[in-house]
Design a protein. Structure first.
Length: 127
């Protein structure tokens, strides 16, 4: 399977991962916890595997992974792995309702980390 426009998509992926990666590394360097950094990696692998499995099951008309499970894994930090899997397997890329919620999850992660990095967590503490 080939990914269309791989350089552009790689650039977008790197930009999307910048704030969460920098934020998680800074949290770890302050001695607080390694959990956010580890979670993005581990949960992204889980998300990638779930997308692979769901795509395989879709081809064989087997029992599918519920979308709410996929979204829960994305929300838990697996959105980078899910984004890669969507491109590699061409899975869940055309269903608009799925994509809207997926990108809302990505946006939530961005807002959280940008708030942590530049506003000291003050934006979200008001909510």
């Amino acid at each position: 399977m080939t990914i269309q426009h791989p350089r552009l998509k790689a650039l977008i992926f790197v930009l999307l991962c910048a704030a969460p990666l920098v934020g998680a590394v800074l949290v770890w360097q302050r001695g607080e916890t390694l959990i956010p950094l580890a979670a993005y990696g581990v949960v992204s692998l889980v998300a990638f595997f779930l997308y692979w499995s769901d795509k395989r099951k879709a081809r064989t008309d087997s029992w599918r992974t519920p979308e709410n499970i996929l979204h829960a894994v994305e929300l838990a930090g697996g959105w980078p792995g899910a984004l890669i899997a969507q491109q590699v397997f061409r899975h869940k890329t055309r269903k608009v309702s799925y994509q809207v919620l997926f990108w809302v999850i990505v946006l939530l992660h961005q807002v959280f980390w940008l708030d942590q990095l530049f506003l000291g967590g003050t934006l979200l503490s008001v909510l």
